[in-house]
Design a protein around this ligand. Structure first.
Ligand SMILES: [Zn+2]
Length: 152
């Protein structure tokens, strides 16, 4: 176990995001999960639902935020996600003023860290090997579905 794996295993919110990604994978969907937490307590988790619901906007982060329902404020929340957030999800993080994002990995997709950080969002990358392996395998086995999700 690497240090980052150990850190991730100790964080129930990150584990919730990872388990949501695994659930999506079992359903034949894209294995990206997310969770919104406040004070270390998970408010809600969700996963990419492009395949399951035919919903192109339902990225993992969007699904978790939808599942969390209305929040008076996001300023004391952290969004966890197994993969670096895309431009759409980054826009939502900025819009909702979520101050902190914990990312499983950014090796298989670079995401929009520069934009997030330029808007004052703290970005923590765990570089979790489980997340890297999960996405690499999925991308290799489903190149067209992956390209569709990131509009390539
Ligand atoms: Zn996204």
């Amino acid at each position: 176990m690497t240090t980052s794996d150990a850190q991730a295993a100790q964080d129930p919110a990150f584990e919730a995001a990872y388990q949501a990604a695994q659930k999506s994978l079992r359903e034949g969907g894209i294995p990206i999960g997310a969770a919104l937490a406040r004070g270390g307590v998970v408010i809600a988790s969700g996963h990419n639902e492009r395949v399951q619901n035919g919903d192109p906007i339902a990225h993992g982060e969007m699904s978790a935020l939808r599942a969390a329902g209305r929040q008076k404020s996001y300023r004391d929340t952290t969004l966890y996600t197994t993969l670096a957030p895309c431009a759409m999800c980054t826009g939502t993080i900025i819009q909702f003023k979520i101050p902190r994002v914990v990312v499983g990995e950014a090796r298989t997709f670079g995401g929009e860290f520069e934009l997030l950080r330029s808007r004052g969002v703290e970005v923590i990358v765990l570089d979790d090997q489980r997340c890297v392996d999960m996405m690499r395998t999925f991308q290799e086995e489903n190149p067209e579905l992956w390209a569709e999700d990131i509009a390539e």
